[in-house]
Design a protein around this ligand. Structure first.
Ligand code: NAP
Length: 302
């Protein structure tokens, strides 16, 4: 991997001038957009390629856009021509992902991609989360491909919980099935910045990063933080898994998704969303964004 750095004395342009092309899958998704923005801060925009299912959604991203539907395996290798480094952001089509990711890895091999960075799941090899199986299958496919790779085993996004603040305030309680489980989440932006750092620096091939927030909290702590910031008393109500799933279904979630979310909370109750290794802040070179800040941002966005 060859990087051509500007002279450090030259403050007129602090971006790395790299000859390599960095492809980002899922670039029109919430995480993907943040990664592209972070990459543009670090390297010139013409080094970045957004690989997207719907090119019209990528208007205004300011980087090259290529069509890239994971289900159209016959077209993927062509879209990866000239891509040296690939950030494979896991698909959101649960149940289809192992196959979709295998399609991408196969195409990357055909196209001569030199390095794949994959967004996996925190402690994917031990986690009881129902999501772990597809991530492990992808990790295995990467190993078998022979392409150098790096695993970013991302922890829970704090936004997964702050998205429920408005509903919880309306209902008068924050409900869940996570008990006293310790949750070391971080906002998407922290994971995006870490991905951009890994993609634009050396020494990450072959590494597995367990990425999580510096501070852990329980859902009771989260409810207390919301109470503190809003001035409204919001208790945390812990529910049996089936009752929590029933409530999620009653507010309009498809049954399979409601059951899945309740099950993930049960995994959280076993500390499957906990990690205190500090690897995310070590990559970032700063502390991860605290829960209080993400709650404040969510309340300000209401
Ligand atoms: P997101 O906003 O739902 O974005 C998912 C991206 O995947 C979208 O850009 C979507 O394309 C793309 N995609 C889905 N199916 C595709 C296909 N067949 N071909 C091409 N692209 C396809 O998710 P996110 O918040 O950015 O998170 C990124 C990933 O992390 C998710 O996909 C999921 O695997 C995982 N995740 C992690 C957590 C966590 O807490 N760590 C939470 C949720 C999800 P379109 O833009 O065209 O829809």
């Amino acid at each position: 991997m060859q990087f051509h750095l500007f002279n450090k004395q030259d403050n007129s342009n602090h971006k790395k001038r790299i000859k390599m092309k960095i492809g980002v899958t899922g670039a029109t998704g919430q995480l993907g957009r943040m990664v592209v923005d972070k990459l543009k801060e670090k390297v010139s925009a013409n080094s970045v390629v957004a690989l997207v299912r719907n090119p019209e959604k990528a208007a205004g991203m300011g980087v090259e856009v290529r069509s890239f539907d994971y289900n159209q395996s016959e077209n993927l290798a062509l879209s990866l021509q000239g891509i040296d480094k690939l950030l494979l952001i896991s698909s959101n089509e649960i149940g289809q992902r192992a196959k979709q990711h295998a399609n991408i890895i196969h195409a990357a091999k055909q196209a001569g991609v030199q390095w794949i960075v994959y967004t996996s799941l925190l402690h994917a090899d031990k986690s009881t989360l129902s999501l772990a199986g597809e991530h492990l299958a992808t990790e295995e496919a990467l190993k078998e491909s022979g392409i150098p790779y790096t695993l970013l085993r991302n922890g829970w996004y704090t936004e997964n919980y702050t998205a429920s603040i408005a509903g919880a305030l309306a209902a008068g309680a924050f409900v869940g099935s996570a008990g006293d489980g310790k949750i070391s989440s971080a906002p998407r932006m922290d994971f995006a910045e870490a991905a951009a750092i890994v993609l634009t620096s050396e020494g990450h091939a072959g590494k597995v990063y367990e990425l999580a927030g510096d501070q852990y909290y329980t859902l009771k702590d989260l409810a207390a933080e919301i109470s503190k910031q809003t001035g409204k008393e919001l208790p945390y109500q812990n529910l049996p898994e089936s009752e929590y799933a029933r409530i999620l279904k009653s507010i309009g979630l498809p049954e399979t998704f409601a059951l899945a979310i309740a099950g993930w909370d049960v995994s959280a109750s076993h500390d499957d969303l906990f990690d205190n290794s500090g690897q995310l802040s070590a990559l970032l070179g700063r502390s991860t964004t605290p829960l209080s800040q993400v709650v404040a941002d969510a309340l300000a966005a209401k």
